[in-house]
Design a protein around this ligand. Structure first.
Ligand code: ZN
Length: 165
């Protein structure tokens, strides 16, 4: 099965990290934010995006793998926005706990229609929304066709381990 055209069709909207995402002319499959994703996660998203398109819904990855430096900047921005580290951690994880840094999470866009499609159909691909306050954030959290685990209220509830959003 040739996935390359589908990967090409995964469009990316990268915000706030132009330094590490300068290669906008590269095909999606070659961009670090996609290339460094866990291969199983990447394959699941590609499959889901193709099926969503058949339903007339565009599903794309707005944020995938992030460098630790990128995640640190996002957290610093969130501290500015929310006023404290503890408030920011409800929305942005640290570089040591973010599932984006390990390549185990994707943020889906470009709109809520895409999130809603994946919320409804994602478990068929093993993709689950993991935090109740982030309808755009998905991880491989079940076997394809399985049941997604109950969502955590937000990423601050996942205190340790390799994956938090
Ligand atoms: Zn996320």
């Amino acid at each position: 099965m040739n996935l390359f055209p589908v990967l090409l069709a995964l469009t990316l909207t990268i915000t706030g990290c132009s330094g590490s995402e300068a290669a906008d002319d590269l095909p999606a499959a070659k961009r670090p934010t996609i290339a460094h994703l866990d291969p199983d996660l990447r394959a699941a998203v590609v499959d889901a995006a193709a099926d969503a398109r058949a339903d007339g819904v565009r599903v794309s990855v707005t944020s995938g793998w992030r460098s630790k430096a990128h995640q640190e900047r996002l957290l610093e921005d969130a501290v500015q926005k929310y006023g404290s580290v503890s408030a920011a951690l409800h929305w942005v994880s640290t570089p040591d706990t973010s599932a984006h840094v390990t390549g185990d999470a994707v943020d889906i866009g470009p709109n809520r229609e895409a999130d809603a499609w994946l919320s409804e159909h994602g478990s068929a691909y093993g993709l689950c929304q993991t935090f109740a306050n982030e309808p755009w954030h998905f991880e491989l959290a079940t076997d394809p066709g399985g049941d997604c685990p109950e969502m955590l209220p937000d990423s601050s509830y996942r205190e340790s381990g390799p994956s938090a959003g």
